[in-house]
Design a protein around this ligand. Structure first.
Ligand code: PLP
Length: 340
């Protein structure tokens, strides 16, 4: 294999020639003043796609989640989340250290938090306890092998939270993968959420950026929170331009990534290894004896996989991997895994 085939993450993609052209030609202004026309167009488009009133462009998915935590919770209380969610596991404990919120991780079934679980975890009126100030869901669930949440699953949790006046935030870093896998518009999947964040820099192939979407009032506060976090950007239209292109042209093709993930998952099974989760979108998580050695030998053959902190291996498909490459990677995998 010539260039390495990088399956560590869907963040490793390079901007396409069309994206680079869009960046070069982007009309720009000072976005901290709200005067970058390209950022404004991206934000309007994102809000429309997610069915929310407004959206805000931020540098990363982590910042998008942190902005949501800051705005919804006002540095108080407790946020209920799934125990393996990105915000709890991979964001430097920003909820606690920056937003001043205690996370309340609950272990979901296959990454899914049920309404009953959330109801049982809501705090009462006891002055000893923190107040429940937010519920967070993740769609698709990264550590649970890209499991998509249905609209009904989200709505059931939203109803329980809303009965008590508690907002729901959806970390939808890969919400369009969920939308494609479930054949349901993203706006439907998050209809019952008060806010949703998603990444342009994952399966959509952009170099940088995420959006957080919600009501106009929420986004007005989110703008302040972004400033607080140092996330105000100036002529950010050069970064927003590929985002517009991605929302227009990169969503439907995610189905190909899902097919390629399924192909690679078949190879994993042909090699006699166990998938940790059913493969529904673009993430394949599996178990292998001597996982570090297998990663090293595949690297020599030009196939890069990720070794997770729990010892499981991960392969993620994306727009820089075509079907032929996924098949080739699968063949190399079977050969080396059987030899290991
Ligand atoms: C990648 C990811 C994020 C954060 O994205 P960054 O842009 O890397 O900060 C948030 N949530 C989930 C589920 C993710 O997979």
């Amino acid at each position: 294999m010539a260039a390495p085939l990088d399956l560590r993450s869907d963040t490793v993609t390079r901007p396409s020639p069309a994206m680079r052209r869009a960046m070069a030609e982007a009309e720009v202004g000072d976005d901290v003043y709200g005067e970058d026309p390209t950022v404004n167009r991206l934000q309007d488009l994102a809000a429309r796609k997610l069915g929310k009133e407004a959206a805000l462009f931020v540098p990363s998915g982590s910042m998008a989640n942190l902005v949501a935590l800051l705005v919804h919770t006002g540095r108080q209380g407790e946020a209920i989340c799934e125990a393996e969610c990105h915000s709890y596991v991979y964001e430097q404990g920003g909820a606690a250290s920056v937003a001043g919120v205690q996370m309340r991780p609950l272990a979901g079934k296959a990454g899914v938090l049920t309404a009953e679980q959330v109801r049982a975890a809501l705090r009462g009126d006891d002055a000893h306890e923190p107040r429940t100030s937010l519920v967070m869901l993740e769609n698709t669930h990264n550590r649970h092998g890209g499991a998509p949440l249905t609209r009904d699953q989200t709505r059931a949790v939203a109803e329980v939270a809303h009965e008590r006046g508690i907002p729901l935030h959806v970390d939808g870093a890969r919400i369009f993968n969920a939308a494609v896998a479930l054949r349901t518009p993203a706006s439907e999947l998050v209809r019952d959420a008060d806010s949703v964040s998603f990444c342009l820099s994952k399966g959509l192939g952009c170099p940088v950026g995420s959006l957080v979407c919600g009501s106009r009032a929420f986004i007005a506060e989110a703008h302040r929170a972004r400033k607080l976090l140092g996330g105000g950007m100036r002529q950010a239209g050069v970064l927003a331009a590929p985002g517009i292109l991605a929302l227009d042209t990169m969503v439907d093709r995610l189905a190909l990534d899902h097919e390629n993930a399924a192909l690679f998952a078949e190879a994993v099974q042909r090699a006699g290894l166990r998938l940790v989760h059913p493969v529904r979108t673009n993430i394949v998580v599996f178990e292998a004896p001597r996982a570090p050695e297998l990663v090293a030998s595949l690297r020599k053959e030009g196939v890069l996989l990720a070794l997770r902190n729990d010892g499981f291996l991960r392969a993620v498909t994306h727009c820089d991997v075509d079907r032929g490459q996924a098949e080739e990677a699968g063949k190399a995998f079977v050969r080396l895994a059987k030899a290991a």
